[in-house]
Design a protein around this ligand. Structure first.
Ligand SMILES: *Cc1c(COP(=O)(O)O)cnc(C)c1O
Length: 221
């Protein structure tokens, strides 16, 4: 199957309220161009350098999402154009994004990455830390970042019940914030969860943005 065929077949099964981020990491430009030609204008990458290179090479109509971990000193490279940063996990990073966004006179949309997996992952905020961040004076003083929602990755396991309960936990936390500390912030609405192997469960648990690579572009070597 071609990228185009994969995309068409994949999108057919998605509910209308779910946004697809096509994850094109490691894939060559012609594959991305094929996705763009098929109407897929939201692409996700997980490495800054690759993201910048592909942004320069392809249509300016593409909305680029940074889905991987971002080092503070590299924010400057994506600040002029990035459309959504999925994996914000510290106030320090948020402050740098704000600083770079100010320079470019724009507001950068960000998701807080929340640790939901049982695996010992290096990245993501605990729920308590996320709450503390959102309630802090330092955060409230940031003018050029918008927290548009949350992102999470479930444990890599065959155990569907576990995956479901992790996604449900994130969904519940989203709701808690929407009715609590972020009540009134109507831009806080994106729940980014679900990849090729678990997007169905994620959607059932309330995801409205999935990040899917292999199912569209084929396995990565
Ligand atoms: C690679 C990646 C994906 C997509 O993974 P697939 O299994 O190929 O769908 C989603 N999210 C993040 C953060 C990734 O790094």
């Amino acid at each position: 199957m071609s990228v185009k065929d994969n995309l068409i077949a994949f999108k057919e099964q998605l509910p209308d309220n779910v946004t697809l981020v096509a994850v094109s990491k490691t894939k060559p430009l012609p594959d991305l161009q094929e996705a763009i030609d098929a109407g897929q204008l939201i692409l996700g990458e997980n490495k800054i350098q690759e993201l910048v290179g592909k942004h320069e090479a392809l249509s300016k109509d593409v909305e680029w999402h940074m889905i991987g971990h971002v080092q503070t000193n590299k924010v400057k490279y994506i600040a002029p154009f990035v459309s959504l940063i999925h994996a914000v996990d510290s106030l320090k990073l948020l402050k740098e994004i704000n600083k770079q966004a100010l320079k470019h006179e724009r507001v950068i949309n960000c998701l807080l990455q929340i640790k939901i997996a049982s695996e010992d992952s290096k990245f993501g905020l605990g729920k308590t830390d996320a709450l503390q961040l959102l309630e802090s004076k330092d955060f409230k003083a940031l003018t050029n970042v918008q927290i548009s929602g949350l992102m999470g990755m479930a444990t890599f396991t065959e155990d569907e019940d576990q995956v479901r309960s992790e996604f449900k936990g994130l969904s519940d936390f989203m709701h808690q914030l929407q009715t609590g500390v972020l009540a009134g912030n109507h831009d806080f609405k994106i729940l980014s969860m679900g990849m090729t192997n678990d997007f169905r469960i994620a959607i059932e648990e309330g995801s409205n943005m999935i990040r899917v690579g292999s199912a569209i572009f084929g396995a990565r070597s």
